[in-house]
Design a binder for this molecule. Structure first.
Ligand code: PLP
Length: 361
């Protein structure tokens, strides 16, 4: 155990209504890279306004990428961050894609830790179900008008307290398949977290929302035959339980154009190693949904964790998962969700060693 006193949550915020939105905190960290010096020691800054060059490549050419992860409080008030090493490695793949210098895993972890340590009072109380959402961003901040890498890159990490996405319980939603827009091309940028993959989905997502679909599903861009992922989360499905063993198979697409979700990888481990279920990462045909092969479908990602999907609409076709009218999470995902959240909140033993640092902050 660390000997430092626990820093309790501030009493200036109403933890029951904080929702998911940007809020100022005490400050953030910023590291700078140049060809001559490499990555510097990083600085803690309190003014959220950045001063960057008018010709920064991050602004003009989308030379940037970002990450999203969370820190949680346990029963003793200690704070731990969920799997920052996995996000660090994913950010390196995004950096390669946008021709940027990699942030070493140790610098990424150090930056996240510094940000959390400086903002401990913004980590919500455990019982609220909230967390500190952490946003690392890497971008070309120096001037370059040609096609190429900037002379300077910035790596910033800030955080904001966010509430329990499911204060009223985990509620199944209806999803809409986006047919007139493809999120990413074959051999394109889909497996990385570059900003350009996101801005282009805002329009289709907002139009779907207006029609009553909180989430949108993308099929493979080339043939629209296979399932890729939801606009901001991975697609996962559970088969019907075996009548004798009650075990299920956890099925998820292995498409090369989707983001490797840390949530999904973690749920796979829980399914396989804790619950003893089979895990299949393979191409998943949309037709399999139509054939009723899956008992449960969900969208999974850091922000919302796990959103059960009860209906998927593709043009005139309506595909029900189960009855299509269920109002609660299914039995299979309920088990996975409980284990996963239990590890984050410290209610379950962290047998996978996911919470960092182990002694807490
Ligand atoms: C396109 C996309 N897929 C999946 C995910 C879920 O990934 P994670 O579980 O690492 O948050 C995200 C969110 O980061 C995303 O933006």
């Amino acid at each position: 155990m660390t000997s430092r006193a626990v820093v309790p949550p501030t009493d200036k915020l109403d933890w029951t209504t904080i929702g998911f939105q940007y809020r100022d905190t005490n400050g953030f960290v910023k590291y700078t890279w140049t060809e001559e010096t490499g990555w510097d020691e990083g600085k803690f800054l309190t003014d959220p306004m950045l001063n960057i060059h008018v010709c920064a490549t991050g602004l003009h050419y989308g030379q940037q990428c970002f990450e999203g992860l969370k820190a949680f409080r346990d029963n003793d008030g200690r704070v731990r961050i969920f799997r920052p090493d996995v996000n660090a490695k994913r950010m390196q793949r995004s950096a390669d894609m946008a021709h940027m210098p990699r942030v070493p895993v140790e610098i990424f972890e150090q930056a996240v830790r510094r940000t959390v340590e400086a903002n401990l009072e913004f980590v919500p109380p455990k019982e609220s179900g909230g967390s500190l959402y952490i946003r690392p961003v890497l971008f070309g901040s120096g001037p370059f008008i040609g096609m190429g890498a900037a002379p300077e890159f910035s790596f910033i990490v800030f955080g904001m307290p966010v509430g329990n996405y499911y204060s009223g319980g985990v509620v199944p939603v209806d999803a809409l398949v986006i047919e007139d827009f493809d999120r990413t091309a074959p051999n394109g940028t889909g497996a990385t977290k570059v900003g350009g993959n996101y801005a282009s989905t805002f329009g289709p997502m907002l139009r779907a929302k207006k029609q009553g679909y909180p989430i949108t599903l993308h099929l493979d861009s080339k043939t629209h035959t296979y399932i890729d992922e939801f606009s901001t989360s991975n697609f996962v499905a559970l088969t019907h339980p075996d009548p004798v063993t009650k075990k299920r198979t956890f099925v998820t697409p292995n498409s090369s154009t989707i983001l490797q979700s840390v949530t999904r990888l973690s749920l796979e481990d829980i399914a396989e190693k804790t619950l003893g279920w089979e895990v299949e990462e393979r191409p998943v045909k949309f037709e399999e949904l139509v054939q009723g092969r899956f008992a449960e479908v969900a969208a999974v990602g850091t922000a919302a964790i796990l959103t059960p999907v009860r209906k998927i609409v593709r043009g005139d076709q309506v595909v029900c998962i189960g009855s299509g009218t269920q109002t609660e999470i299914g039995e299979g995902f309920a088990r996975l969700y409980k284990e996963y959240r239990g590890i984050q909140s410290g209610d379950q033993d962290d047998t996978f060693g996911w919470m960092w640092p182990a002694e807490g902050l």
